[in-house]
Write a protein of this length. Structure first.
Length: 113
């Protein structure tokens, strides 16, 4: 299991950063609804950087491992919603974050290449 993670380590790290950038971009899109076009453009910049990083990440691992890493966007969105937008988190949201995170960990360690 650890060998698979090490093999895809660079791709996994790049994909995690790509997920963060894409999530921050989406947050700026949300903020642009009340703060104007500059926030929308900043959102596109972050999201675009995330997309470019995703393309780079695919060179270092298999799609079956790297693509599911993007599901961390859901967990990151909840965390950013709490920290930046003062949104409330329910028990079900926390449970969902734990399920997603567990799934990503299991998939990252399950590559058989």
């Amino acid at each position: 299991m650890l060998e698979s993670i090490k093999k895809n380590k660079k791709g996994i790290i790049l994909m995690l950063f790509a997920a963060i950038l894409a999530c921050v971009g989406q947050l700026f899109w949300k903020l642009s609804a009340t703060n104007g076009i500059l926030f929308m453009l900043i959102g596109f910049a972050f999201y675009g950087m995330g997309a470019l990083l995703m393309l780079t990440a695919y060179k270092y691992g298999s799609v079956s491992v790297l693509q599911p890493m993007l599901s961390l966007n859901y967990a990151l969105s909840v965390i950013l919603g709490i920290l930046v937008l003062n949104e409330k988190v329910s028990f079900l949201k926390v449970t969902g974050i734990l399920v997603i995170t567990t799934g990503v960990i299991l998939i990252a360690g399950g590559d058989t290449e």
